[in-house]
Design a binder for this molecule. Structure first.
Ligand code: PEP
Ligand code: MN
Length: 371
């Protein structure tokens, strides 16, 4: 049973200045000077609502910079006093929560390596009981919507009423363009589950490089995300963590100026008419796709019968190689991306195998008999 989240709307949150609710600052607090100078430059950018800096850094390998620890919280307190920006940091255990609260940190986020662990999230939730602070839950490293949902529910149970989610992409074994795969369907599903939950996108950790920050931020805005978390450092190339993905405050400003903000809805009746009609067309195409898929599976099952009768294995990889090559070439010629074709046809192929398996194991089951 899903918990109903009694959340306040993001436009009622302290520090909110409009969409996007912008959180920016260095990946890590390194020195007092670096923290203060970055903060001064970011405070001069109107859109920045919250200043972020990692104090305790979860690092994949030991001997990397693991953060300055509690000392850095004093610097964040100074940022708040001197610039008026709200301040936020990552917490990964109850000690971090107590320390951060002691220094008046306004926003805490739970990192991707923490939200995978229900024990730790529960420990943090217990430490937050009855506290008035903003809490953002990053998606777990692996694309598991239930784990993300569960972490949000645990925080909600502590009575926190300003909860949001941060989409920072998902780890994958394959090397891809981005550091973390966006898998946009997951944050979209989270929004379906919790329509009022503020959603922040973190293009820095999705991208892993300065190169793609803008395109990811733009996509998030087009998908109606409420906010952005973008890492910014006065000297990105020499940053002690995530050097490749941080931008100077000046470059951040330039990036923001190129973001196009589209309205999530419109009251213009003519535009509504046109959109309504186009959406109907989309629905028709979706139905057509499903009908075609059903037909394709029926053929696959028929093949399954032949294979069963003649003792042939289900998977014949040369045939599959041919199919994928052919559909990729055709799809590309139609302006479809190779990634999409690959993903869709892998899924279709797997579904065909499942249908054939059923035929071969039971002998009788067909699409007809399951209706
Ligand atoms: C971070 O925000 O610096 C961080 C460590 O992020 P994530 O948990 O998304 O890897
Ligand atoms: Mn980082």
């Amino acid at each position: 049973m899903e918990l109903k989240i009694e959340n306040s709307r993001i436009n009622e949150w302290r520090g909110y200045k409009g969409r996007p609710f912008l959180i920016s600052g260095p990946c890590s607090a390194e020195t007092e000077e670096q923290v203060m100078e970055t903060a001064r430059q970011l405070a001069a950018i109107n859109e920045v609502c919250v200043y972020r800096a990692g104090i305790w850094k979860p690092r994949t390998r030991p001997n990397s910079f693991e953060g300055v620890g509690s000392e850095g919280l004093k610097w964040l307190r100074r940022v708040k006093q001197e610039t008026g920006l709200l301040v936020g940091t990552e917490v990964a255990n109850e000690k971090h929560v107590y320390e951060a609260l002691k220094y008046g940190i306004d926003l805490l986020w739970i990192g991707a390596r923490t939200s995978v662990n229900p024990f730790t999230v529960q420990e943090i939730s217990d430490a937050l009981n009855g506290v008035d602070v903003m809490v953002l839950v990053k998606n777990p490293i692996n694309p598991d919507i239930e784990l993300w949902t569960g972490a949000i529910e645990r925080i909600a149970r502590a009575g926190i009423t300003r909860i949001g989610a941060i989409h920072r992409g998902f780890s994958s074994y394959e090397k891809t363009l981005y550091r973390n795969q966006p898998n946009w369907q997951l944050p979209i599903e989270l929004r379906r589950r919790f329509p009022d939950l503020p959603m922040i996108c973190d293009p820095s950790h999705i991208s892993g490089s300065r190169l793609y920050l803008h395109e990811i931020a733009q996509k998030a805005m087009d998908l109606n995300f409420d906010g952005l978390m973008l890492e910014s450092h006065i000297d990105p190339a020499n940053a002690l963590s995530d050097a490749a993905q941080q931008v100077t405050p000046n470059d951040l400003k330039e990036l923001l100026s190129r973001l196009i903000m589209r309205s999530p809805s419109t009251s213009d009746p003519r535009l509504l008419d046109v959109l309504g009609e186009l959406r109907q067309q989309i629905d028709v195409y979706d139905d057509t796709l499903l009908d075609l898929m059903e037909k394709r599976m029926t053929v696959a099952e028929t093949i399954g019968h032949y294979k069963k009768e003649n003792n042939i294995t289900i998977l014949q990889s040369t045939r599959w190689d041919e199919i994928i090559k052919k559909v990729k070439a055709r799809g590309l010629a139609k302006g479809l991306s190779a990634e999409m074709i690959d993903a869709i046809f892998k899924a279709i192929h797997q579904e065909s195998i499942n249908h054939q398996m059923r035929v071969m194991n039971n002998g009788v089951e067909t699409t007809e008999s399951r209706k």
